[in-house]
Design a protein around this ligand. Sequence first.
Ligand SMILES: O=C(O)c1ccc(O)c(O)c1
Ligand SMILES: [Mg+2]
Length: 631
Amino acid sequence: MKKSIATVCLSGTITEKLRAAAAAGFDGVELFEPDLVVAPESPAEIRDLAASLGLSLDLYQPFRDFEAVTPPLLAANLRRAEAKFTLMNELGIGTMLLCSNVATATVNDDEVMVTQLRTLAELAARFSVRVAYEALAWGTFVSGYEHAWRLVQAVDHPNLGVCLDSFHILSRGHDPAGIEKIPGEKIFFIQLADALPVTMDVLSWSRHHRVFPGEGRFALDAFLAQVLRTGYAGPLSLEIFNDVFRQVESIRTAVDAMRSLTWLEDQTATYLARGNAGASHAPLAILPRVADPTGINFVEIKAEDPREIERLLYQLGFTGHGPHRSKRVRLWSQGAARVIVNLQQAESWQPTVSAIGCDVPDPEVAVARAVQLSAAPVPRGNRADEEELLAVRAPDDTEVFLCRATEGTPRWMLEFHGVAERELDTQTPEASLVTRIDHINLAQPWQHFDEAVLFYSSTLSLTPEDSLDVAGPVGLVRSQVLRTTDGAVRLALNVVPPLTEQNSTTVHAAHPQHVAFATDDVVAVARRAATRGLAFLPVPANYYADIRARFDLPDGVIATLAELNLLYDRDADGEYLHFYTPTAGNVFFEVVERRALYEGYGAPNAPVRLAAQYTANERRTPISQGAPASR
Ligand SMILES: O=C(O)c1ccc(O)c(O)c1
Ligand SMILES: [Mg+2]
């Protein structure tokens, strides 16, 4: 279907907004009046620029506070409307959005409103424009779409219809099922917005905290399915009032926006195919079908000086393998946990998680799907005798590889000298106390967090869990887990408070990423690490006193936890024991043991970690020299 975006979603001037919308692939825009009023360009110039960019101007908005007024006010409002209709003719815009009155409505009488709206529709007809009436959730007398539709129905004029905005309908908990009673041709416009559940007045929620579809929790597939059942064939348009998007580079937001609509069309097609809302003939973009990823194939850490990282890997029991045949990369593995240390083009790189590999049944299809979701493919120069690995770039610059899921040893490992299939399949039990990568935690710049959630959840088919805030010494850290249902792939995204001007641009330096390895015996991994000289992230005695108070654990268990700097959590499903390494550059490691059906991440312990890291950072000593033993 035709895709549009309201100019209010984007930062910059009207010309920058139009260029960004066109570059991201939109077909049209809703022209937000304030963007026009402040522009030096004439209406004709804006019309011509849009046309030259291949954009239609689909809606002029908003026209406010028209109906339910006294006669003198009505006369003034009609004069205002006439000026705007004249302007719309100059711009070549055929539809105007009219918001339900929130400010000047004093006559709470549907009959009066019907008469006044009919007068407006008759005026609009003289200018060959249409008026789309939208119930704002905080409208004085009209705040629900069913009420707006009753008025439009009573006016019964071809130039008056409704505008349905998912935010106003779903934020109030109104049932979108009633939409199917509206004939498609009387729905003049559809605005789509998502939001996270928050407790605040609906006006502030709407004006500051809308997000693109897929970045919140509204059931937009069900909403859009109802709309399409009516036969609506106009544009699907995004109208997102969001404080952050107003600050971010417009092209970036426009790409995020396009991804959200592509995702929503596909979700809605799936919803309709499940038979949830009857058949629809609307041409929805359908993405290639992919199964959930089945595991984390590898994580890559880029480092100019890999010594600290490699020492940590050795201390955790990883085996270092010989160099790669043709690339300056090294491989460390233990069980099915594989870490590639990449020295290529790593000049001035502090150790940083630069890539993650996910196992998928069909990499070609998964990449095609990601590219359709506006992801940029990562160009790769592979030798003919090397496994071709496909990747796309995430908003945080992480390269996401989509690897062919195989039983046992991935073929690419054989490109490392000294790695023989036989050797990998018969690792000693001692060497594989760590079994796999449990989760990867990536710090996100605050201004790209929603974008990252949509990117990872849509391209990798991961499901977002509820986010939570963790208190650290320099502010709250918002943490959001995205995962497969079976937990084979778990990504945690952290949005971190900007510390200083410098840290807000190089967020990783202040807020490291981490890779958590799974084991069935965290005590054994910790003891081995201790004998290999690991300097555990220290956990204070106060913590263990608190653990003793909260959990009825035997003294011996608490003594072991304290001895090895282990953290502990327990819920109704099971237990979680874990420890952390110091940070090397931007990366640290965690080792976790999940007992029974524990599904969390030790959230109650996160403040302990943040505080310990803060203190360690302050006391940070220079990198000690001396290469790690590799075997
Ligand atoms: O917040 C507002 O005023 C406003 C204006 C126009 C809209 O379409 C809308 O949904 C909200
Ligand atoms: Mg709206």
